[in-house]
Design a protein around this ligand. Structure first.
Ligand code: SF4
Length: 588
């Protein structure tokens, strides 16, 4: 893998490369990046991998390699304390003594340094919309820019996908220029482009603007109840609604008329002209930017003219949120890769049905633009793993949902009994997760997603003997546990994207009768492979993956899905699973 990547980097070529679990993917791209002598950006989807690259892998390579190189990490501005916003917030008087103490002592201003995350963090951290960079009166001491200035000379710069796409959105003005780009966890990039290039209109965003205007002596008190009633005055939808109901658009027009943001811009422009105080001038300038951006978003949600986007609403903590997402990411992706001499895209699961056709279609990649390579996992799945596919449960479709939940619970309990705990049970919905979590009867300690933050939940699982973790979404790929602590992965249902997801629904609509083969099936295979990959993490790991979805045997596409998984023995009886764990059944 390293040879292939070095060849592509030095030859200024692009490469799609899947590297199965256990290949040593991060060293296989970091070492060629270092040997290439060119500045390289490495982007990951998760903060966990970003931290692992910096605190473990690159630190190790810097110590062990004879070639000298430097590296750094850049997180989004919202990970750093903003001196301007912190001061402004202090003026309002809502402050914690403990937090103030940290502010007066911190050398880095980084959120990670805090022993606790205050709920007002979003009001005192950096925010691109509220930052004028060089012209900010606090620029010279700014934590974010002080850190940023050191990064220009770094050979390897580690960032996350959100920052990478914000950089694209800002005409590449955020990240210092590097010639090469390595995208790890590359299957995420499509959805992150769709999200970052969308927009969100929320109560906290509007309320923050009103507080800011109040601080600038603009009379806005009567606007608070109006905004509150728009965002909080209705029964919250329990799921995403798409398209946005006409009644909400009418209410939004009323809110627009009440706020009269254009008039506020005119007043602020006038006030700015007579000012000599730099700090106040900066505050007014950034506020004008803020007002304009909210006004533009309100207009966009009223008109919904952008055919590249899908518009929808959702409830969050008792408040309405208006959202838009980009449907297709081909154009922005093309622009992103054209900025670099060479782009390497990698992941443990990048291919679907044994090729990159799905990913290439989603991102608009032409055959000639990228070279391709799949490197299989070095693990021996025939010896180390067993695949249990249930044949007797009712199919998990809507009509059977209640029965499926009841019946699958019994199978989950039996499987956990067979593995003596040490299990991760993955669900595709919170409803199913909550049902199992409420009714499960096992002799082993268990916790569910939501009982504590994910990193603590993972630590609890690692530190507790024979533990069981019931989880959904993030855990399909966010958990890496070696050894016998994790010996059973149960996949309750095939991870088809929920039809309630508006972006997915719109993508399906555009694909017409090709929606299943071109989108639903390949994306479910990718997610399934990610969930599957939680089990075998080392040469000495062994265990069972149990899939309770009988569509694997009753539907024609079942064979395609099974053939996308590593080759291993398949059983349909729980007795065989018991035999495997008691060592009675030897797999070959
Ligand atoms: S430059 Fe000013 S506004 Fe921007 S993050 Fe730094 S302190 Fe905050």
């Amino acid at each position: 893998m390293a040879d292939e990547i070095l060849r592509c980097l030095t030859g200024k070529k692009n490469l799609l490369i899947e590297a199965g679990t256990g290949v040593g993917k991060s060293f296989a791209y970091l070492i060629p990046a270092i040997l290439s002598h060119e500045k390289t950006i490495v982007s990951t989807a998760s903060l966990a991998l970003q931290d692992q690259l910096v605190s473990k892998d690159l630190t190790f390579l810097q110590r062990e390699l004879s070639q000298k190189f430097s590296f750094g990490i850049l997180k989004g501005k919202n990970n750093y304390l903003c001196l301007k916003r912190e001061r402004e917030f202090a003026e309002i008087g809502e402050f914690f003594i403990k937090f103030r103490k940290w502010v007066s002592k911190t050398e880095t201003g980084e959120k990670d340094e805090l022993p606790f995350i205050p709920e007002f963090w979003s009001k005192v951290c950096g925010d691109s919309q509220d930052c004028n960079g060089r012209t900010c009166p606090f620029y010279n001491n700014c934590f974010y820019y002080r850190h940023y200035r050191h990064l220009f000379k770094k050979d390897i710069l580690v960032v996350n996908h959100h920052l990478l796409i914000y950089d694209l959105l800002s005409d590449f003005s955020i990240l210092p220029f590097h010639k090469q780009l390595i995208i790890d966890e590359a299957s995420e990039i499509d959805n992150i482009i769709s999200h970052v290039l969308g927009s969100t209109l929320t109560y906290p965003r509007v309320a923050w603007l009103l507080y800011r205007l109040k601080g600038l002596k603009i009379i806005v008190d009567p606007f608070f109840p109006k905004a509150e009633s728009f965002f909080k005055g209705m029964d919250m939808p329990s799921q995403v609604i798409f398209p946005i109901p006409a009644s909400i658009i009418e209410n939004l027009k009323d809110l627009k008329n009440t706020l009269a943001l254009n008039r506020i811009v005119t007043t602020l422009e006038k006030n700015k002209r007579s000012l000599s105080d730099d700090e106040l001038r900066d505050r007014i300038e950034t506020t004008i930017g803020y007002v304009k951006s909210i006004a533009a978003d309100i207009d966009d949600f009223i008109d919904q003219n952008d055919t590249d986007r899908v518009y929808y609403i959702a409830g969050n903590n008792g408040a309405l949120e208006l959202k838009s997402s980009l449907v297709e990411s081909q154009k922005p992706f093309k622009e992103l890769i054209s900025h670099y001499d060479s782009v390497i895209m990698t992941s443990a699961t990048l291919a679907s049905e044994g090729n990159f056709v799905f990913l290439k279609k989603r991102l608009g990649i032409k055959d000639k633009d990228f070279q391709e390579r799949i490197i299989g996992s070095p693990f021996d799945f025939r010896k180390q793993a067993l695949l249990y596919i249930d044949k007797n449960l009712p199919g998990p479709d809507k009509r059977n949902n209640g029965i499926f939940q009841q019946e699958s619970l019994k199978v989950i309990e039996e499987l956990i009994d067979a593995s003596s705990g040490r299990a991760l049970v993955l669900f595709t919905s919170y409803t199913h997760l909550n049902f199992v979590s409420k009714n499960i009867k096992i002799h082993y300690p268990f916790k569910s997603q939501g009982d504590m933050p994910p990193p603590r939940l993972i630590n609890w699982f690692k530190d507790t003997s024979h533990s069981v973790l019931l989880a959904t979404a993030t855990f399909w790929q966010g958990i890496d546990i070696k050894g016998e602590k994790l010996s059973l992965v149960v996949i309750a249902k095939l991870p088809f994207t929920s039809p309630g997801d508006p972006v997915y629904q719109e993508r399906c609509r555009r694909l017409r009768d090709r929606w299943f083969g071109d989108l639903a099936l390949p994306s479910a295979i990718l997610v399934l492979r990610q969930g599957f990959g939680r089990l075998i993490r080392g040469h000495n790991d062994y265990g069972v993956v149990a899939i309770l979805d009988t569509r694997l045997v009753t539907r024609s596409y079942g064979k395609t899905i099974v053939s996308s998984l590593p080759e291993m023995n398949i059983v349909h009886s729980i007795d065989d699973v018991k035999g495997f764990f008691s060592g009675l059944i030897q797999v070959s």
